[in-house]
Design a protein around this ligand. Sequence first.
Ligand SMILES: CC(C)(COP(=O)(O)OP(=O)(O)OC[C@H]1O[C@@H](n2cnc3c(N)ncnc32)[C@H](O)[C@@H]1OP(=O)(O)O)[C@@H](O)C(=O)NCCC(=O)NCCS
Ligand SMILES: [Zn+2]
Length: 197
Amino acid sequence: MKESIYIHPTAIIEKNVTIGEGTSVWHHCHVRQDCSLGKNVSLGKGVFIDQGVTIGSGSRIQNGVNVYNGVIIKEWVFVGPNVTFTNDKYPRAGSKHWKLSKTYLMPGCSIGAGSVLSSEITIGAFALVGAGSVLMADVLPFHLVYGLPAKQVSKICACGNTRLDFSVPKEEYLRECCQQNLREEVIELAMQQIELL
Ligand SMILES: CC(C)(COP(=O)(O)OP(=O)(O)OC[C@H]1O[C@@H](n2cnc3c(N)ncnc32)[C@H](O)[C@@H]1OP(=O)(O)O)[C@@H](O)C(=O)NCCC(=O)NCCS
Ligand SMILES: [Zn+2]
């Protein structure tokens, strides 16, 4: 893992932002005040991180994503290009009582390109969301979902390469493919998350 922090000259970093070692912030990103980026985070081109947002270590936010206030991103999360988050369930320009709705992306989960996430939902650890999905409900850990609205298709292994039957027990979420495909620290994270289930 690299130690140095890279900030592209076109990126805007506001005050009171914490940035961990090895993190890269690419072209035209805007990181608002009071944010925290963990270690080895990657923010792709044109990513916007709203005020007070926390991004866990190892996470990758791909090009063109707006991470609004109320979105909580844990460690080793993958957010595909042009994923859309929301934080206002009943939006009105003239609303007097705006209520912030939260979205949780739990450790190790991945959100496919162009997906749209409703607020007040949790994407479970190591869940995999297919490209172009519209998420209206929570996704269970180690589950694959896709579609409009996204539906649970199967369970999925920790590396995302093997679909698993719904009847497969949690002890089998880490398989040979995962040992080949995942970094050691991510395998450890998967083991911790399996333990919590
Ligand atoms: C969800 C995903 C992992 C499934 O991959 P897979 O297991 O190889 O599935 P297949 O391609 O064999 O497709 C199986 C079926 O599911 C459908 N399907 C697959 N992904 C889908 C999606 N995202 N939305 C709707 N349907 C999907 C296929 O059309 C196919 O349908 P059929 O049986 O009627 O022909 C993959 O399609 C995906 O969306 N990956 C995310 C890619 C991404 O966004 N990467 C971000 C970085 S660029
Ligand atoms: Zn695997």
